[in-house]
Design a protein around this ligand. Structure first.
Ligand code: ZN
Length: 310
């Protein structure tokens, strides 16, 4: 069993409208945009990152807004719900705030003994806020949400699978342990993680497979401290028979990717070098940053990318 993985690093999803996406995560949820850059493979598409003040691994929600993308169809083989942690007693504030903002799909429930507020993102994305006990992570406090209520980072992600068995075995190999079960949902957690420690596996044997589109999660990334730990994880996965990509430089972290037995795309990303690599912490996310190979496109991109509004 591996011990290098310390919880989630980031969650990356698809969106239709960049401006609406930016407004939702900064304006409604009060997260900080920590990077405005472009997709490495499609530089005319933004890659937007929302997180805490620093872009701390375990708090980073990222989006590719493709203007012409169709809506995703929920199903198995994908991430179902991305869950953010908020302080105990804050869900009343959040329900009122999100109602006032016209956020869709609001539903309060109790899940694994914790209060949870389910809601939808701008493209029907599956989200929830959960009142997490004893979460010591510092929030971004300049996003318009009081510090007593603000999002601390991710709590968990749930995987919707037709058969969860092989993915559960994989997660145990990656260092996760079974900690609870409720109905058709098995909860796994990693010890000594970064706070985003939980993965839920929801088993839906007869369900149809998901279609990727706006509102779908593209992949989830797990955090390792550095490149040496990442190479250890990569070797262990290869030795177990997984097809893992070479290490790829993503400017703010190093990444490897592999497809899991249930169909979800996993990434393992390094905490280094971080989002202050190319701009000061005080000004993260303010100006368009381009990967070196796309730097020559700056004039074109600054004219053609949709203005975000703020
Ligand atoms: Zn990623």
């Amino acid at each position: 069993m591996l011990d290098q993985i310390k919880g989630l690093h980031h969650v990356t999803s698809m969106a239709k409208d960049a401006r609406q996406n930016n407004e939702f995560f900064t304006g409604k949820l009060g997260l900080r945009r920590v990077k405005k850059t472009v997709n490495f493979d499609a530089p005319d598409v933004y890659h937007l990152y929302y997180a805490d003040e620093f872009g701390t691994p375990g708090s980073v929600m990222t989006y590719f807004p493709f203007p012409n993308i169709g809506k995703g169809r929920p199903g198995v083989g994908e991430v179902g719900t991305t869950v953010f942690a908020v302080p105990e007693g804050s869900l009343g504030y959040w329900r009122e705030r999100l109602e006032k903002e016209g956020v869709a799909g609001l539903k309060t429930e109790i899940s694994f003994g914790e209060n949870r507020l389910v809601f939808e993102g701008p493209d029907g994305d599956g989200f929830a806020l959960v009142e997490a006990k004893g979460d010591e992570r510092a929030p971004w406090v300049k996003g318009g949400v009081p510090s007593d209520d603000a999002i601390r980072g991710f709590h968990s992600a749930s995987l919707r699978l037709r058969d969860g068995g092989a993915t559960e075995e994989l997660l145990k190999f990656m260092g996760y342990e079974n900690v609870d079960q409720s109905g058709n949902v098995k909860r796994l957690a990693v010890k000594d993680g970064n706070g985003a420690n939980v993965i839920d596996i929801e088993t839906l044997p007869g369900a149809a497979f998901a279609d990727l589109g706006a509102g779908s999660v593209h992949h989830i990334a797990f955090a390792v401290e550095n490149r040496a730990k990442q190479l250890e994880v990569r070797k262990a996965l290869l030795d177990t028979g997984y097809h893992v990509t070479p290490v790829i430089d993503r400017d703010y972290f190093w990444a490897i990717y592999f497809r899991t037995p249930g169909g979800v795309l996993f990434e393992v990303a390094t905490n280094e070098p971080g989002f202050d690599r190319d701009e000061d912490t005080a000004h993260l996310g303010e100006t368009l940053k381009l990967p070196t190979q796309h730097a020559h496109l700056r004039d074109y991109l600054e004219k053609h990318l949709q203005p975000l509004g703020n």
